[in-house]
Design a protein around this ligand. Structure first.
Ligand code: X2X
Length: 339
């Protein structure tokens, strides 16, 4: 894994620093016909970056060196809100972004994050690789961005805290929690009685460290790779929503690629997504022991009172109205009745 990681660092030349790294990136750029940037918000050690690096290597090889994609991991090009603007303008050509954050541009893209909607991964992939995902990708296409077919896994999200474990909804009363910048996230944690603040992931570690917020929520793979266990004490296995990353391309940059090159790029990133899904699932299943050894205290809350709190606050009814009957029916086709 070391060599992959190191190559990833070199690809992100600017932040890696050093003339050698810069020289390599520049020479590569001159040789290729299409030199595109791919930005994401996750550490190099997260499966997303490991799988993406392997895909980028294959794309270069299979395109005969015509397509070279440089990965900028870990918010190197800015926080999500900022990079979303960059991929819209074309300054960045590829970007993986949570559908929930993308919903600031494409409202229906947050629908998979509805609280406690998907009961298991089988439902998730049936929906996201099926009609629900297709509906979302069509909406994304209308915004001038392209979403590749296979969404990447972020995972089921868990609540962490530096002050107290979250066992029942009462523990969320006034709880200062960071949520990603997204109306659905804010609405859901308000409905649960918490005090959510929208903060980009690039600022989360420091917001927790300086206690601007008490807690946050993320899948275990991120709590581990972003070292959030250093600044959090408790983790409540709420599985309160499933979140994934759309692999987005700037529409004009995508259209500039001749069809055969589009196919090489799409095939390799879609295959990488399937591998990443396996990796993340394995991590999320296996990381409890490791995180516990790093000092995290786990608890397993009963999800039912949380679901009831959302229902009583009108959360499901409100969002059903916002998405409209067609999109809601596509969600319930896979999850069963929600409200
Ligand atoms: O911002 C987050 O918490 C993260 C990394 O999970 C997302 O990209 C939604």
């Amino acid at each position: 894994m070391t060599s992959i990681t190191r190559r990833g660092v070199l690809a992100g030349g600017a932040a890696a620093g050093g003339l050698a790294a810069f020289g390599i990136a520049t020479r590569r750029a001159q040789a290729a016909e299409f030199t595109y940037k791919y930005a994401n918000n996750l550490p190099l050690t997260h499966p997303m970056n490991i799988r993406a690096q392997a895909a980028v290597d294959r794309i270069k090889e299979q395109s005969g060196g015509r397509v070279v994609i440089q990965i900028f991991p870990n918010n190197q090009l800015g926080g999500d809100t900022d990079v979303l603007s960059q991929v819209r303008s074309g300054a960045v050509q590829f970007f993986t972004l949570s559908g929930l954050i993308l919903s600031t541009l494409v409202p229906v893209a947050s629908i998979n994050g509805i609280g406690f909607a998907f009961k298991n991964y089988a439902q998730v992939w049936e929906a996201m690789d099926g009609d629900l995902g297709a509906h979302i990708r069509q909406a994304i296409a209308k915004s001038g961005l392209i979403a590749l077919d296979k969404i990447w896994d972020n995972g089921y999200r868990q609540i962490t805290s530096s002050t107290h474990p979250i066992v029942t909804p009462a523990d969320l009363k006034g709880f200062k929690i960071r949520v990603p910048v997204s109306p659905l996230w804010t609405s859901m944690f308000k409905a649960l009685g918490a005090g959510p603040t929208g903060i980009n992931f690039s600022e989360v570690y420091s917001a927790l460290q300086t206690k601007v917020v008490e807690g946050e929520e993320n899948p275990l793979a991120i709590i581990e790779t972003a070292k959030l266990y250093e600044v959090q004490k408790y983790c409540s296995l709420t599985n309160h929503m499933w979140d994934g990353f759309w692999f987005l391309a700037n529409g004009a940059a995508w259209a500039r690629l001749p069809k055969p090159l589009q196919q090489i790029v799409a095939k390799n990133f879609n295959e990488a997504a399937l591998g990443e899904r396996e990796d993340v699932r394995g991590l999320n299943d296996g990381l409890k022991t490791k995180l516990a050894s790093q000092g995290i205290v786990f608890n397993q809350p009963d999800p039912e009172p949380f679901r009831t709190a959302l229902r009583q606050a009108g959360f499901y009814a409100d969002w059903k109205k916002k998405y409209g009957p067609q999109a809601w029916a596509l969600l319930e086709k896979y999850t069963g009745a929600l409200a």
